[in-house]
Write a protein that binds this ligand. Sequence first.
Ligand code: NAD
Length: 293
Amino acid sequence: MELLDGKKILGEIKLELSQKVQNYIQKGRRAPCLVAVLVGDDGASQTYVASKERNSIECGFTSRALRFDASMTEDALLLEIEKLNADPEVDGFIVQSPLPKHISAQRVFDAINPEKDVDGFNTINSGRLMKGMNSFVPATPLGIVELLKRYNIDTQGKHCVVIGRSDIVGRPMSILMSLPSQFGNATVTLCHSKTKDLKQFTLQADIIIAALGKPEFLTGDMVKDGAVVVDVGITRIDDNTKKSGFRLSGDVKFDEVAPKCSFITPVPGGVGLMTIASLLQNTMKAYEAKNNL
Ligand code: NAD
């Protein structure tokens, strides 16, 4: 069993990006700029935004977070998005989910200029992905493909079972794995909450991508020997022994599943960090496209 080490690959990607940034700056250009918009005070969202900001700055990007109160109206948020769309110094921006209930997330994502939509949640980017066109792909599925790529995991003709069909993880993941590309071309089964006898599918899988948000759902008896297992789940579990008061749990029962796998991602230290890596890559892509580089 080998760990798919998100921390190591994030480090490699940050080094590649910072070398590019230095190169562009030496040529007299400004650095790429990523902005994160955060509405409300959700603890996990604050941690994610702080981490995105820190990692961007470590690559030499300019980065800032715009923080707003949970009572902000949808119209006020749409106005902020208009300003970011119009700002020539901003290459890409994200609006962190979840948003307060009174705000329509899709309306907000669709207000983002598709060329600055580095989270890939805008309907135009989703459509482009579906058609296999150049697009901004949501960072978590894109990061998973990058991880498979960097470990040279063969996906051609393999059976990939994706568990979870959300717009931001499961469904785009299933599309990426099925695209006719070097790290796609898999035969994909997309399982979800209405799937009957899920185990019969996971037992056939060469690659399992678990993205359902149910701690330790995938157990050893559901996985065949030699499978590649990617754990997307991140759930905070109360834990008084931790300084933070919680620990993070993935969707995979790691101790049971890992011994059966050829490769597996840890939680933390796997997909979460690859999500950041892909967001940084998407920001560089937006910057280069804008500047015809
Ligand atoms: P979601 O709640 O939007 O979707 C969950 C999906 O799982 C649904 O499509 C549902 O049909 C399916 N599901 C639920 N119960 C199931 C069951 N018993 N059997 C089969 N399918 C079932 O969640 P999401 O936004 O896709 O996130 C999933 C998990 O991934 C969460 O833990 C989330 O925190 C985590 N996540 C991690 C990252 C990261 O960067 N690592 C990014 C996004 C989400």
